[in-house]
Design a protein around this ligand. Structure first.
Ligand code: ZN
Length: 153
């Protein structure tokens, strides 16, 4: 039975990983990551409301250190603490439109990244740490660019 972390988000969807399944990697969050995933689900609820109540499709949430290494994630990735999610909201609009809408909101994220024109990364700070509200974009071969921008020509 799915365990709900919030009204619309389950623990299962925030720990699901095709890579973990394929490679047999354990992706079970510990106590701290579990607590953080609850905060993450609450912020995803805020995003859902902001976007008009459309479905949010999470492609990556929690990543154990082994899974993070397997997918080539940053060594300091907030995903490893259960503090980040990659997602799309196709019923709202494009990834760029979705990221811009969140950037213009008052949601207390630490990092918002428009990644490869394909998904939005939202990262939170650990409890008690002030969020930076940093906006970035990245595309194949560009490195991180400031702001929520479209792919440079
Ligand atoms: Zn991410």
């Amino acid at each position: 039975m799915p365990r709900n972390l919030s009204e619309h988000f389950t623990l299962e969807e925030l720990v699901a990983s095709q890579t973990a399944a394929r490679k047999g990697i354990d992706n079970t969050p510990g106590v701290t990551a579990m607590r953080n995933l609850k905060s993450l689900a609450d912020v995803l609820e805020e995003v859902r409301v902001l976007l008009g109540g459309v479905s949010i499709i999470v492609s990556s949430g929690y990543r154990s250190p082994a899974l993070n290494a397997a997918v080539g994630g940053s060594e300091k990735s907030a995903h490893m603490q259960g503090l980040a999610a990659d997602f799309t909201a196709p019923k709202f609009g494009t990834v760029l439109q979705t990221a811009r809408k969140i950037a213009a909101s008052g949601i207390a994220y630490d990092q918002l990244i428009h990644e490869y024109g394909s998904w939005v990364h939202i990262g939170l700070t650990a409890p008690g740490v002030k969020p930076r509200r940093q906006n970035l974009s990245i595309f194949q071969g560009t490195g991180y660019l400031p702001g929520i921008v479209s792919k440079p020509m």
